[in-house]
Design a protein around this ligand. Sequence first.
Ligand SMILES: NC(=O)c1ccc[n+]([C@@H]2O[C@H](COP(=O)([O-])OP(=O)(O)OC[C@H]3O[C@@H](n4cnc5c(N)ncnc54)[C@H](OP(=O)(O)O)[C@@H]3O)[C@@H](O)[C@H]2O)c1
Length: 243
Amino acid sequence: MTGLADKVALVVGGAKGIGLATAGALAREGAAVLLTGRRKEEVDAAAERLGASVHGIVADASARDDLERVVAEARRRHGHLDALVLNAGLSEPATIAEATAAHFDRHFAVNVRGALFGLQAALPVLRDGASVVLVGSIAAGMGVTPYSTYAATKAALRSYARSWAAELAPRRIRVNVVAPGPTDTEMMAAVPDDMRQQLIAPIPLGRMARVDEVAAAALFLLGDAASFVTGAELCVDGGMRQV
Ligand SMILES: NC(=O)c1ccc[n+]([C@@H]2O[C@H](COP(=O)([O-])OP(=O)(O)OC[C@H]3O[C@@H](n4cnc5c(N)ncnc54)[C@H](OP(=O)(O)O)[C@@H]3O)[C@@H](O)[C@H]2O)c1
């Protein structure tokens, strides 16, 4: 039992990929779920697909006003949140020489600033004892060229999780990171074929993760089974960074 039945969860960046799979897993556990995404058609389709307990809100995960509006809607509908998944993230290649200020700002605005202000907006409605999951990446602990800016954002998230876990411990709010390795999603579909093969080669289990496998790890951290786990990172990487 995850203990998530009748709980209220918000998945920021939940209209596709890992976020959508996590929203679906939460809904199947009996949670009421709010999910966000930037495109109305995608958000509506996701919410409709997942059923009546799921509500979609169009919002940009990097925009503070949008995050506050999303939390206001959660408060209006349910009064509180028990679970928060900060999943939105982007990843674009650039070598040191190619990196521009816009490249840097785009990554940090979505992957890091969005997580900080998502949590800040949610804090007043997060119940004591709530659980927060940040979707990081095993890239946080690796040298990943030409995705060094992306890797740096995920390292920042890993660091934030430790400090946020410490800061929120008095309220028994747990903060953990799910760190996927290469996972078969839309984000990965944009990666050139030769790089996909290069990514799979060092994975001991010989394939990419499925989104449901990452969602299962997030569900574990969100649920009662992880009641004494905080500030931790759970890697879902087929052993890529472990063996
Ligand atoms: N796929 C992998 O191999 C892999 C590996 C490790 C970690 N991750 C992490 O897992 C998370 C989910 O990724 P995914 O693989 O499921 O990719 P995805 O299908 O492309 O989803 C990316 C998510 O991030 C949001 N997002 C992207 N760019 C954005 C922007 N500029 N502004 C606001 N939101 C933006 C998207 O929201 P919209 O719906 O608004 O576009 C979407 O919810 C990300 O944090 C990613 O870094 C993925």
